[in-house]
Design a protein around this ligand. Structure first.
Ligand code: SAH
Length: 345
């Protein structure tokens, strides 16, 4: 029988496990604290539990920890990028960013991705597999332990499509924000999606207070389909409807991500179209000049176009920020570090 991954269990599930083992219920709480607050690296560290009990746990359960096989630090802005190795030898990347309002970790939700966005390095080799809740948590815990700093924000914006790993994502969010665990505020958690409409609607109904970011990148179906294959399945009409529904259900305003590609989606006319498209949405727009990847010939917008685009949107009273391009010197864009590592191996 395959061992259960203990760090992916909720406290209630762990309590049931303890009952089955004939252990007292408070054992579950002790284990949970060791895993999710003290971030223990293994059962052997759990010194207030008997040796025998720790041994039994080791036999019964899988205990996921991720080791960093590479760490890169940006000389420009202090951003750090971590490459973590999983039990099966796959690697995933996570990014640590320091902001005035707190420290943020960007995590991966899958090994690779099957969404096929044309500008993205994570999807070039397709999807390897989805991550378990513990593997997502461990990226946060690992970064926190290695930087020795408190993490206040978590963004699921690394490699993978989080809504393509829906069940595990939800368990991850519940564990991460659980008051018995690390207790990150739900409001400080952002999930970014390329736009899987039915899952966006489902997420709206989960009673969570997280932020949903939609990777929009284009203002017409025709243009979006050229950049993002997922647009062949879901049109902008239903996508906008799903965003409005998310706000209606959660009261959380949507973030629209818009990567600017020179000559493709960065003209002033595109800004006008974008304003018309998101009119009436309670939202925020994040602009980011596309990060060029070697395998494709997309070119990033120049500074002037980016600022002109921003000004145009602001004329329509739209909240807009230009996302700081952090860690450019360390393969900042999704999937670039992992890719380079794999090619060298
Ligand atoms: N699959 C999810 C989350 C991962 S991608 C999603 O699509 O939202 C995180 C963000 O980075 C998305 O907005 C994605 O479109 C963007 N992105 C990917 N590659 C990029 C690149 N080379 N330059 C700029 N943004 C990129």
């Amino acid at each position: 029988m395959e061992k259960k991954d203990i760090k992916s269990l909720t406290l209630e599930e762990l309590e049931r496990e303890m009952a089955q083992m004939g252990e007292k219920p408070f054992r579950a709480k002790q284990l949970y604290e060791w895993m999710h607050i003290k971030m223990a690296r293994g059962f052997e560290e759990m010194t207030n539990l008997s040796k025998e009990f720790r041994k039994t746990c080791g036999e019964r359960y899988l205990y996921t920890t991720l080791d960093a096989v590479r760490i890169q630090e940006s000389k420009i802005d202090g951003t750090k990028k971590f490459l973590f190795e999983l039990d099966d030898g796959n690697v995933v990347e996570s990014v640590w960013m320091k902001y005035k309002h707190g420290n943020s970790v960007c995590i991966s939700s899958q090994v690779g991705c099957r969404m096929g966005c044309k500008f993205c390095a994570s999807t070039l080799d397709g999807l390897e597999r989805s991550l378990m809740p513990a593997e997502m948590l461990e990226q946060v815990y690992g970064v926190s332990l290695l930087t020795k700093e408190r993490v206040s924000n978590v963004v699921v914006m690394g490699t993978g499509e989080p809504l393509d790993n829906y069940e595990n994502l939800l368990i991850f969010i519940r564990l991460l924000t659980d008051e018995n665990g690390l207790h990150i505020s739900q409001r400080n958690v952002t999930v970014s999606t390329c736009g899987i409409v039915p899952k966006m609607k489902q997420l709206a109904q989960e009673g969570l207070q997280i932020t949903l970011a939609l990777s929009l990148h284009a203002t017409t179906d025709e243009k979006r389909r050229k950049l993002m294959p997922v647009a062949l399945k879901y049109g902008l009409d239903e996508l906008m409807e799903a965003c409005a529904y998310y706000f209606e259900k959660t009261g959380r305003r949507i973030t629209f991500e818009y990567s600017l590609v020179k000559g493709v989606n960065d003209r002033l006319q595109d800004a006008d179209e974008l304003a018309a498209l998101i009119k009436g949405q309670n939202c925020h727009v994040n602009l980011i000049p596309v990060n060029p990847i070697a395998e494709r010939d997309f070119v990033e917008s120049d500074r002037e176009s980016v600022y002109a685009f921003k000004n145009k949107l602001e004329k329509y009273q739209i909240n807009v920020t230009i996302r700081r391009e952090m860690g450019r010197d360390i393969d900042g864009a999704c999937g670039q570090l992992r890719r380079r590592y794999k090619m060298q191996a």
